[in-house]
Ligand binder design. Sequence first.
Ligand SMILES: [Mg+2]
Length: 252
Amino acid sequence: MKLLYLLMFFTTISCSTLNSPKLNEPNAREYQVGAYLWFQNSGEYRALCYQAYNFARLRLDRDLEDKHNRKRAVVFDIDETVFDNSFGGAYEIKNNIAWDKNNLAKWIKLKIAEAIPGAKEFIEYAISRQVEVIYISNRLKTDVNDTLDNFKRLGISAKRENLYFLSKDWSKEDRRLEVLKTYDVVMFFGDNLGDFHKNWDSKKSDERRALVDLHRQEFGDKFIILPNPLYGDWESSLQKSNNRLDLLKTAL
Ligand SMILES: [Mg+2]
Protein backbone atom coordinates (compact mmCIF):
# COMPACT_ATOMS: atom_id res chain seq x y z
CA MET A 1 0.00 0.00 0.00
CA LYS A 2 2.78 2.38 0.96
CA LEU A 3 4.55 1.55 -2.28
CA LEU A 4 1.40 2.52 -4.14
CA TYR A 5 1.25 5.84 -2.34
CA LEU A 6 4.90 6.51 -3.06
CA LEU A 7 4.37 5.70 -6.72
CA MET A 8 1.47 8.17 -6.73
CA PHE A 9 3.76 10.75 -5.15
CA PHE A 10 6.52 10.12 -7.66
CA THR A 11 4.03 10.38 -10.52
CA THR A 12 2.46 13.54 -9.12
CA ILE A 13 5.83 15.14 -8.54
CA SER A 14 7.37 14.03 -11.80
CA CYS A 15 4.39 15.37 -13.77
CA SER A 16 4.95 18.69 -12.12
CA THR A 17 8.71 18.75 -12.41
CA LEU A 18 8.41 20.41 -15.79
CA ASN A 19 7.37 23.48 -13.85
CA SER A 20 9.44 22.80 -10.78
CA PRO A 21 12.55 24.83 -10.24
CA LYS A 22 15.08 22.25 -11.34
CA LEU A 23 18.41 22.89 -9.70
CA ASN A 24 21.65 23.12 -11.62
CA GLU A 25 24.09 20.25 -11.53
CA PRO A 26 25.70 19.32 -9.26
CA ASN A 27 22.80 18.78 -6.87
CA ALA A 28 22.56 21.99 -4.81
CA ARG A 29 20.77 20.11 -2.02
CA GLU A 30 23.45 17.50 -1.68
CA TYR A 31 24.60 19.14 1.57
CA GLN A 32 21.33 17.89 3.13
CA VAL A 33 22.09 14.23 2.45
CA GLY A 34 23.94 13.68 5.75
CA ALA A 35 21.06 15.19 7.73
CA TYR A 36 18.50 13.00 5.96
CA LEU A 37 20.62 9.87 6.35
CA TRP A 38 20.93 10.56 10.08
CA PHE A 39 17.23 11.34 10.47
CA GLN A 40 16.01 8.28 8.57
CA ASN A 41 18.61 5.71 9.58
CA SER A 42 20.30 6.43 12.86
CA GLY A 43 19.23 4.76 16.07
CA GLU A 44 20.44 7.91 17.78
CA TYR A 45 17.69 9.98 16.13
CA ARG A 46 15.02 7.57 17.32
CA ALA A 47 16.55 7.45 20.80
CA LEU A 48 16.43 11.24 21.09
CA CYS A 49 12.74 11.21 20.15
CA TYR A 50 11.99 8.52 22.73
CA GLN A 51 14.00 10.45 25.28
CA ALA A 52 11.94 13.59 24.64
CA TYR A 53 8.61 11.77 24.89
CA ASN A 54 9.61 9.58 27.86
CA PHE A 55 10.76 12.66 29.72
CA ALA A 56 7.56 14.48 28.81
CA ARG A 57 5.57 11.65 30.36
CA LEU A 58 7.45 12.00 33.66
CA ARG A 59 6.87 15.73 33.52
CA LEU A 60 3.16 15.23 32.84
CA ASP A 61 2.84 12.72 35.69
CA ARG A 62 4.40 15.24 38.04
CA ASP A 63 1.95 17.89 36.87
CA LEU A 64 -1.00 15.55 37.31
CA GLU A 65 -0.25 15.50 41.04
CA ASP A 66 -1.05 19.23 41.19
CA LYS A 67 -4.48 20.75 41.17
CA HIS A 68 -5.53 22.98 38.28
CA ASN A 69 -8.64 25.14 38.12
CA ARG A 70 -8.77 24.90 34.34
CA LYS A 71 -8.36 21.96 32.02
CA ARG A 72 -4.80 20.91 31.28
CA ALA A 73 -3.49 20.89 27.72
CA VAL A 74 -0.36 19.92 25.86
CA VAL A 75 0.40 21.82 22.65
CA PHE A 76 2.11 20.19 19.68
CA ASP A 77 3.61 21.38 16.48
CA ILE A 78 2.89 18.73 13.80
CA ASP A 79 5.64 18.42 11.18
CA GLU A 80 8.76 16.67 12.48
CA THR A 81 7.22 16.77 15.97
CA VAL A 82 4.38 14.26 15.44
CA PHE A 83 4.66 13.59 11.68
CA ASP A 84 7.78 12.37 9.89
CA ASN A 85 7.71 13.91 6.39
CA SER A 86 11.28 13.02 5.53
CA PHE A 87 10.26 10.73 2.64
CA GLY A 88 8.94 13.69 0.66
CA GLY A 89 12.06 15.80 1.20
CA ALA A 90 14.32 12.83 0.48
CA TYR A 91 12.58 12.31 -2.86
CA GLU A 92 13.20 15.95 -3.81
CA ILE A 93 16.87 15.77 -2.88
CA LYS A 94 17.43 12.50 -4.69
CA ASN A 95 15.89 14.01 -7.82
CA ASN A 96 17.54 17.40 -7.51
CA ILE A 97 14.28 19.29 -7.05
CA ALA A 98 14.33 22.62 -5.22
CA TRP A 99 12.09 23.08 -2.18
CA ASP A 100 8.78 24.37 -3.43
CA LYS A 101 5.49 25.07 -1.66
CA ASN A 102 3.50 23.36 -4.44
CA ASN A 103 5.40 20.14 -3.94
CA LEU A 104 4.84 20.46 -0.20
CA ALA A 105 1.10 20.84 -0.82
CA LYS A 106 1.15 17.67 -2.96
CA TRP A 107 3.03 15.80 -0.27
CA ILE A 108 0.46 16.81 2.38
CA LYS A 109 -2.35 15.61 0.11
CA LEU A 110 -0.82 12.14 -0.04
CA LYS A 111 -1.39 11.86 3.74
CA ILE A 112 1.42 9.34 4.14
CA ALA A 113 3.58 11.03 6.76
CA GLU A 114 4.79 8.50 9.34
CA ALA A 115 4.77 9.03 13.10
CA ILE A 116 7.75 10.41 15.00
CA PRO A 117 8.94 7.73 17.47
CA GLY A 118 7.18 8.01 20.83
CA ALA A 119 4.65 10.65 19.74
CA LYS A 120 1.63 8.41 19.37
CA GLU A 121 2.16 6.67 22.71
CA PHE A 122 2.58 9.98 24.54
CA ILE A 123 -0.50 11.53 22.93
CA GLU A 124 -2.61 8.48 23.81
CA TYR A 125 -1.34 8.62 27.36
CA ALA A 126 -2.15 12.34 27.68
CA ILE A 127 -5.69 11.76 26.37
CA SER A 128 -6.16 8.84 28.78
CA ARG A 129 -5.33 11.27 31.60
CA GLN A 130 -7.95 13.79 30.38
CA VAL A 131 -5.36 16.21 29.04
CA GLU A 132 -6.49 18.18 25.97
CA VAL A 133 -4.18 17.71 22.98
CA ILE A 134 -3.86 20.80 20.78
CA TYR A 135 -1.93 21.24 17.53
CA ILE A 136 -0.54 24.60 16.42
CA SER A 137 0.90 24.17 12.94
CA ASN A 138 1.83 26.37 10.01
CA ARG A 139 0.09 23.98 7.65
CA LEU A 140 -2.61 25.83 5.75
CA LYS A 141 -6.29 25.75 6.71
CA THR A 142 -6.94 24.04 3.37
CA ASP A 143 -4.75 21.18 4.65
CA VAL A 144 -7.01 20.41 7.63
CA ASN A 145 -8.92 17.47 6.10
CA ASP A 146 -5.81 15.80 4.68
CA THR A 147 -4.00 16.30 7.97
CA LEU A 148 -6.88 14.75 9.92
CA ASP A 149 -6.83 11.80 7.50
CA ASN A 150 -3.11 11.39 8.06
CA PHE A 151 -3.62 11.43 11.84
CA LYS A 152 -6.31 8.80 11.40
CA ARG A 153 -4.07 6.61 9.25
CA LEU A 154 -1.47 6.70 12.03
CA GLY A 155 -4.07 5.94 14.69
CA ILE A 156 -3.36 9.22 16.48
CA SER A 157 -6.31 11.13 17.90
CA ALA A 158 -6.83 14.69 16.73
CA LYS A 159 -9.92 16.87 17.06
CA ARG A 160 -10.72 19.24 14.22
CA GLU A 161 -11.44 22.05 16.69
CA ASN A 162 -8.01 21.60 18.24
CA LEU A 163 -6.12 22.27 15.00
CA TYR A 164 -4.80 25.84 14.93
CA PHE A 165 -3.43 26.19 11.39
CA LEU A 166 -1.84 29.13 9.61
CA SER A 167 -4.13 32.13 9.25
CA LYS A 168 -2.46 35.46 8.71
CA ASP A 169 0.64 35.32 10.84
CA TRP A 170 3.52 32.88 10.40
CA SER A 171 4.36 33.45 14.08
CA LYS A 172 2.53 31.03 16.35
CA GLU A 173 2.31 33.54 19.20
CA ASP A 174 -1.30 34.70 18.68
CA ARG A 175 -2.50 31.10 18.42
CA ARG A 176 -0.59 30.18 21.58
CA LEU A 177 -2.20 33.09 23.43
CA GLU A 178 -5.60 31.97 22.16
CA VAL A 179 -5.05 28.48 23.60
CA LEU A 180 -3.76 29.92 26.89
CA LYS A 181 -7.04 31.82 27.35
CA THR A 182 -8.79 28.49 27.89
CA TYR A 183 -6.24 25.96 29.07
CA ASP A 184 -3.39 25.51 31.50
CA VAL A 185 -0.70 24.39 29.07
CA VAL A 186 1.66 21.94 30.74
CA MET A 187 4.10 21.62 27.83
CA PHE A 188 4.76 22.80 24.30
CA PHE A 189 6.28 20.28 21.86
CA GLY A 190 8.19 21.32 18.75
CA ASP A 191 11.21 20.91 16.49
CA ASN A 192 11.61 24.63 15.85
CA LEU A 193 12.23 27.28 18.51
CA GLY A 194 9.32 29.34 17.18
CA ASP A 195 7.06 26.51 18.42
CA PHE A 196 7.78 27.62 21.97
CA HIS A 197 7.91 31.41 22.24
CA LYS A 198 7.77 34.53 20.09
CA ASN A 199 11.25 35.47 21.29
CA TRP A 200 12.67 33.21 18.60
CA ASP A 201 10.64 34.63 15.73
CA SER A 202 12.75 36.21 12.96
CA LYS A 203 16.04 36.19 14.81
CA LYS A 204 19.59 35.71 13.56
CA SER A 205 21.39 32.50 14.37
CA ASP A 206 23.57 33.91 17.18
CA GLU A 207 20.59 35.63 18.82
CA ARG A 208 18.61 32.39 18.70
CA ARG A 209 21.41 30.54 20.44
CA ALA A 210 21.78 33.24 23.11
CA LEU A 211 18.02 33.10 23.75
CA VAL A 212 18.21 29.34 24.22
CA ASP A 213 20.80 29.92 26.94
CA LEU A 214 18.50 32.50 28.51
CA HIS A 215 15.55 30.07 28.50
CA ARG A 216 17.66 27.05 29.49
CA GLN A 217 15.52 26.19 32.52
CA GLU A 218 12.44 25.77 30.37
CA PHE A 219 13.80 22.99 28.13
CA GLY A 220 12.73 19.65 29.56
CA ASP A 221 10.21 21.55 31.65
CA LYS A 222 7.74 23.67 29.70
CA PHE A 223 9.44 23.16 26.32
CA ILE A 224 10.05 19.68 24.86
CA ILE A 225 12.16 19.80 21.71
CA LEU A 226 12.50 17.10 19.04
CA PRO A 227 15.62 16.91 16.84
CA ASN A 228 15.29 18.16 13.25
CA PRO A 229 18.46 18.67 11.24
CA LEU A 230 16.51 18.60 7.92
CA TYR A 231 15.15 22.17 7.83
CA GLY A 232 13.87 24.91 10.08
CA ASP A 233 14.45 28.47 11.19
CA TRP A 234 17.93 27.41 12.31
CA GLU A 235 18.82 27.27 8.62
CA SER A 236 17.08 30.42 7.41
CA SER A 237 18.62 32.33 10.34
CA LEU A 238 22.15 31.62 9.08
CA GLN A 239 24.09 34.43 7.49
CA LYS A 240 23.57 34.42 3.73
CA SER A 241 26.48 32.87 1.88
CA ASN A 242 27.10 31.23 -1.46
CA ASN A 243 29.42 28.80 0.20
CA ARG A 244 28.20 27.05 3.33
CA LEU A 245 31.78 26.10 4.17
CA ASP A 246 32.33 29.77 5.04
CA LEU A 247 29.77 29.44 7.82
CA LEU A 248 31.60 26.62 9.60
CA LYS A 249 33.24 27.61 12.86
CA THR A 250 36.76 26.25 13.07
CA ALA A 251 39.41 26.42 15.73
CA LEU A 252 42.08 27.58 13.29
MG1 LIG B 1 7.75 21.34 12.88
